[in-house]
Design a protein around this ligand. Structure first.
Ligand code: NAD
Length: 319
């Protein structure tokens, strides 16, 4: 990667990824684009343009003018919001993706497209979910993600577009708020622990889901995009994970830092149903074997860092 265009750059992933890419590839070599502006470092630290990904002509023109060699396509509607606006989700998630694929085909660009644990469904094996297995999701988001994986395979096989992707688990971070996904509770819990000392989880105790801390997710994107293409047998999309946990496990870990912290459970029917249709734990052996995927953060290390960073953000003294 030398000149990288990022779509949806001010969301939970993009607002940290843009900064990391600029550190590694040069600040003028990373163009941040989004349908809206933001007042964070991702805007101030380098070039930025408004780009609605449903406008294919504008995407092509923007990539051409920037002389991009890579697109990292992050603009999307996430699982819980997509369930309330399924037609809009289809329009954004599939329309934006086909425009990114066509731009990559016309200009011969590399393309990163994130899939998700949401690409699996209730009939998928729940534990150690294999790389290649049943994918019959019942949410609009999941249907978009499976269709996206297949479309990326299609463009690679038919047009040799260098498409690559991972199935992200729930991502935990403190720099930008999550965008309406089912795993957002795993971010909220840390903020409320620091601010209120208590949290009411919209996901039930005992609901296991895969999770990952943002620094590991950013590293995974860069590793995969720089990997030797000859080794990529499952390019769209690799299972990756760092931990398989329920809300009670995060709560127990938080208590080690904030002993009076308490958790209650008031499940939200829509998000609980989505969570129960997703795997408990993914098997990420293919990612490890084919491009050396690895993680640095487990639950204790992530929790210590999250609490310190949130306290600093809110002007509280560290533990
Ligand atoms: P987010 O919701 O935080 O950010 C999405 C960004 O897209 C926002 O900044 C939004 O303004 C922008 N956007 C919306 N409509 C747009 C349009 N028409 N044109 C251009 N930009 C538009 O999402 P995120 O968490 O950063 O996720 C990025 C990608 O990673 C998505 O494909 C998502 O499905 C995938 N993913 C995320 C997670 C997670 O836990 N965050 C997990 C699995 C997969």
């Amino acid at each position: 990667m030398k000149r990288i265009l990022v779509t949806g750059a001010f969301g939970q992933i993009g607002s940290e990824l843009v900064i990391k890419l600029r550190e590694e590839y040069g600040k003028d070599h990373v163009l941040a684009t989004d349908i809206r502006t933001s007042n964070g470092e991702a805007v101030d630290s380098g070039p930025f343009e408004i780009l609605d990904v449903t406008n294919g002509e504008k995407m092509l023109e923007t990539a051409k003018n920037f002389k991009a060699d890579t697109i990292i396509h992050l603009a999307a509607m996430l699982s819980a919001v997509a369930e309330t606006k399924p037609l809009l989700a289809w329009h954004l998630n599939m329309g934006g993706l086909i425009n990114a694929l066509e731009t990559a085909r016309e200009l011969n660009l590399k393309l990163f497209v994130p899939s998700s644990i949401g690409a699996f469904g209730p009939s998928t094996p729940k534990s150690k979910t294999p790389q290649t297995t049943v994918q019959r999701p019942e949410t609009m988001y999941g249907i978009n993600k499976v269709s996206g994986e297949l479309l990326c395979d299609y463009y690679f096989k038919k047009y040799q577009v260098d498409t690559r992707g991972v199935r992200f688990p729930g991502l935990i971070s403190y720099a930008a708020p999550p965008g309406g996904g089912t795993t957002d509770y795993a971010v909220e819990i840390y903020y409320e622990a620091v601010q209120k000392g208590t949290y009411t989880s919209f996901i039930k105790k005992g609901t296991y889901l895969d999770m990952m801390y943002m620094p590991d997710a950013l590293q995974a994107i860069i590793h995969l995009m720089e990997a030797d293409p000859e080794r990529l047998k499952h390019r769209n999309a690799y299972n990756i994970t760092a931990m398989s946990i329920g809300p009670e496990h995060i709560a127990e870990e938080i208590k080690k830092h904030i002993p009076d912290f308490s958790i209650q459970y008031k499940p939200d029917p829509i998000r609980q149903k989505i969570a129960e249709s997703w795997p408990n734990s993914l098997d990420d052996a293919c990612a490890r074997a084919e491009w050396g995927f690895k993680t640095e953060y487990d639950l204790p290390k992530m929790t210590a860092d999250m609490l310190d960073k949130i306290k600093a953000q809110l002007g509280r003294s560290p533990s």
